[in-house]
Design a protein around this ligand. Structure first.
Ligand SMILES: Cc1cc2nc3c(=O)[nH]c(=O)nc-3n(C[C@H](O)[C@H](O)[C@H](O)COP(=O)(O)O)c2cc1C
Length: 195
C-alpha cells in the first residue's frame, strides 16, 4: 500500500554533500520507485531562533518553514529521521527544529482534564544515525542513550509506533566507500518498503 513519508534530514550543513544527504536521497529514490509519496525537510535550511521559554513553546508557530514542517509531518504515515552523531547526540540544529515542530501542542499537549494528547499517533518511524565510532561501541558502551531519548522521550511519547533504528558506524573516510554503497542500497530497500 502506498504510504506518505516525511524524511527529516538532520545534518546541519546547508551546503549539503554529506553522507546523510545521500542517505535521504537513497531512501526517497527507493520509496518513490515503489509508489510512495515523499517529502524531505532539510533542517539545515530552517533559520530559527532557539526557543527560550514555555510561552514560546506553547504558542503556535508563525515561521513558514516550521508551519511547512508541521504540515509535512502531520500528513505523513511514516517518519524517517536521519542525522550524524555530534557530541554523542543529535546536532543542535535538528534538536532546535524538533522543539519548533512541537510548538503549539503539535507533538504533545495536555487537555482540560490534564491528560496527555499524543499528537503523532498512527505514524511509524525509522531513525538513522551515522557516527565516527563503531556502532557497536555506541550500542554497548554508550548504551545508545541519546537515541533512546529520541525514541522514548519524543517519538513514542508522541504516539509514534513502531520506532525502528539503523546505526551506521565508522562512516568517515574514503576507505568506507564500499560500506557506504551497501548502506545506500539498504536505504533504497527501506524506502521501497516504507520501513
Ligand atoms: C561536531 C562533531 C561532533 C561529532 N561527535 C561525534 C561523536 O560524539 N561520536 C561519534 O562517533 N562521531 C562524532 N562525530 C563524527 C560524525 O558523527 C560523522 O562525521 C558523521 O556521522 C558523518 O556524517 P556526514 O558525512 O553526513 O557528515 C562528530 C562530528 C562532528 C563534526
Amino acid at each position: 500500500m502506498a504510504r506518505r513519508i516525511a524524511i527529516i534530514q538532520g545534518h546541519p550543513d546547508p551546503d549539503g554533500g554529506h553522507f546523510c544527504n545521500a542517505l535521504a536521497e537513497a531512501y526517497r529514490d527507493g520509496a518513490e520507485a515503489a509508489g510512495h509519496a515523499v517529502d524531505i525537510v532539510e533542517t539545515s535550511r530552517l533559520d530559527l531562533p532557539y526557543l527560550r521559554n514555555m510561552a514560546e513553546w506553547e504558542a503556535p508557530p508563525e515561521d513558514e518553514g516550521v508551519l511547512g514542517m508541521q504540515r509535512i509531518v502531520g500528513a505523513a504515515d511514516h517518519l524517517v529521521i536521519i542525522y550524524p552523531l555530534w557530541l554523542g547526540d543529535m546536532p543542535a540544529v535538528l534538536k532546535s527544529a524538533l522543539e519548533h515542530l512541537s510548538r503549539g501542542g503539535f507533538v504533545l499537549s495536555v487537555d482540560e482534564g490534564g491528560h496527555w494528547r499524543a499528537g503523532l499517533r498512527g505514524k511509524s518511524a525509522r531513525v538513522v544515525v551515522t557516527m565516527g565510532m563503531p556502532s557497536l561501541v555506541y550500542r554497548l558502551f554508550f548504551l545508545s542513550h541519546s537515541l533512546k531519548s529520541l525514541e522514548r522521550n519524543i517519538l513514542k511519547f508522541a504516539g509514534v509506533k513502531p520506532v525502528r533504528t539503523t546505526l551506521m558506524g565508522q562512516v568517515e573516510g574514503e576507505a568506507r566507500a564500499t560500506r557506504r554503497e551497501g548502506w545506500l542500497a539498504q536505504m533504497r530497500r527501506l524506502g521501497r518498503d516504507a520501513a
